[in-house]
Design a protein around this ligand. Structure first.
Ligand SMILES: *[C@@H]1O[C@H](CO)[C@@H](O)[C@H](O)[C@H]1NC(C)=O
Ligand SMILES: *[C@@H]1O[C@H](CO)[C@@H](O)[C@H](O)[C@H]1NC(C)=O
Length: 339
């Protein structure tokens, strides 16, 4: 297991904070070995010489991934990511949190998933929230992006507090999930690890799995840098109840600037969603029937547009089935190292 910065002298941590504050947010970035461990894919994971970035590649033999060395009892997790360019249908790059290996039946998960596309079509970005094993009720949203994510790195961040989840692209909040009592256990509450992976998602990623990966274009390479893990660390082996010990860290988290949505940030979020959101589970009656999710902020203009969003055409039944099956296991099982 990699060394953790818990034992670092405070002065050094302070220095780290002021010298490597991540763009937009005042968070320290870590070197790979301070926060992460190799997860799978052997040589397909390559760290830079200074340890501040990592290259994840996917070829016909394997994808690759890394995982935080500790679990986190709430936190702010962030990385700058540059996605593979050109033909990327079937390729999935993911930056997410999960505890699926510890709680296989009641897992929690927060996802950024980047879905590749055929040449000259845009990548799409998906966010998802699972709480306490609610596998059959993925809370997915998908968006186009206002920039080309393959040209330069952009920062993707996930804030998770006991009250709220906020997904950020650069310093723009794009999604907020506020915990309501009605959500009950479906709001993620157990400590999670942070993952970064690249894998073959041919079964569902592009046009509902109709367009597959083409290994003629291998390797597919994603670059990760500005790695940041803020939150209360929980040792994966000695998983004692962390709530008391973490109370102070959680309070700090909840008063950080990225946890507070000012009216200006809220307006930016609304603008982003109006322009770029192409799918939301909230309106998906084909999949969920006529249910009302307690965490959905139903907006009548969104509901009206729902049928017009190109991404929401009803796919053939068998394709939807396989998409759902692999979604269930995607982030949880596909990232496990091969035996
Ligand atoms: C999580 O799910 C398990 C199994 O379904 C259930 O026993 C437990 O009460 C749930 N936890 C919460 C916080 O809802
Ligand atoms: C959905 O259910 C609500 C009440 O639960 C009902 O008023 C509404 O008409 C239903 N909509 C559809 C499309 O069935």
């Amino acid at each position: 297991m990699a060394a953790t910065p818990r034992s670092m002298p405070t002065a050094f941590i302070f220095l780290l904070c002021i010298t490597t504050a991540a763009v937009g947010f005042d968070v320290p970035s870590l070197t790979f070995s301070e926060g992460f461990s190799h997860l799978f894919g052997n040589d397909n994971l390559i760290r830079s010489a200074d340890g501040r970035s990592a290259r994840l590649s996917l070829n016909r033999y394997s994808g690759s991934g890394f995982i935080s060395s500790d679990l986190y009892d709430h936190g702010f997790f962030s990385a700058s990511i540059k996605l593979p360019s050109d033909y990327t249908a079937g390729v999935v790059v993911a930056f997410y949190t999960s505890n699926g290996d510890i709680h296989p039946w009641t897992h929690d998960e927060l996802d950024f998933e980047f879905l590749g596309n055929v040449r000259e079509k845009d990548w799409r970005i998906q966010t998802n929230v699972f709480g306490n094993g609610s596998n059959t009720r993925g809370r997915e949203e998908r968006y186009l992006v206002p920039f080309d994510p393959t040209q330069e790195a952009h920062r993707y961040s996930i804030l998770w507090t006991p009250d709220t989840i906020i997904f950020y692209i650069d310093d723009i909040p794009i999604r907020e999930v506020v915990r309501t009592d009605d959500m009950g256990g479906e709001f993620p509450a157990k400590p999670m690890s942070v993952y970064a992976t690249i894998w073959d998602g041919s079964a569902w990623a592009t046009s509902y799995g109709r367009i597959k990966i083409d290994y003629k274009y291998e390797p597919y390479v994603a670059h990760f840098s500005d790695l940041a893990l803020v939150g209360c660390r929980v040792d994966p082996i000695q998983q004692v109840d962390s709530a008391d010990r973490c109370a102070e860290a959680v309070e700090e988290l909840m008063s950080a600037d990225y946890a507070i949505l000012t009216p200006m940030k809220r307006a930016a979020m609304r603008r982003f969603r109006e322009r770029y959101m192409i799918y939301s589970f909230c309106y998906d009656q084909h999949r969920y029937g006529n249910v009302t999710f307690p965490d959905c902020d139903y907006v009548s203009s969104e509901r009206t547009r729902f049928g017009e969003w190109g991404d929401n055409k009803i796919p053939p039944k068998e394709v939807r089935g396989s998409k759902r099956r692999s979604l269930k296991t995607s982030a949880v099982e596909d990232v496990r190292p091969p035996e």
